[in-house]
Write a protein that binds this ligand. Structure first.
Ligand SMILES: [Zn+2]
Ligand SMILES: [Zn+2]
Length: 135
């Protein structure tokens, strides 16, 4: 283990606490990825003090990639709320997601948590039961 650092502040992260973001592939297709966060930044994310737009901007900056204007819309993107934090598949979560759900594609157990953002609270995939092999 080791080597995982928080995408937002650079502190050590355990790899389980994550935030989903979009990555633009060739031909403009978006696929879900996730960024590891330390406990403090993850708490700030769930409290709405750290926005998904900020996380996404750092995610892209780390890859020296300049996202197009869609980046400003990720804050309330309900698809990212149900993205598997290990493989990016969209989970079959209903309007009231369970506390934990195994991804049908990769098998990773995703845990949901409540996030308080400007528009109200939403439940989203917030952590993994076990940290994925680091990219
Ligand atoms: Zn951090
Ligand atoms: Zn998955």
């Amino acid at each position: 283990m080791g080597g995982v650092s928080c995408l937002n502040c650079g502190q050590a992260a355990d790899g389980r606490l994550r935030a989903a973001v979009w990555e633009e592939e060739e031909k403009g297709r978006l696929s879900a990825r996730s960024a590891p966060l330390c406990a403090a930044c993850h708490e700030a994310f769930l409290a709405g003090r750290l926005t998904r737009v900020e996380v996404a901007r750092r995610f892209h900056a780390a890859r020296e990639y300049r996202p197009a204007e869609w980046i400003g819309r990720v804050e309330r993107d309900s698809l990212l709320d149900i993205a598997c934090l290990a493989c990016g598949a969209l989970l079959p979560a209903g309007a009231d997601p369970p506390a934990a759900l195994a991804c049908p594609r990769c098998g990773a157990e995703n845990r949901f948590a409540e996030r308080h953002a400007a528009g109200g609270a939403t439940r989203l995939t917030a952590s993994l039961a076990t940290a994925p092999a680091e990219e």
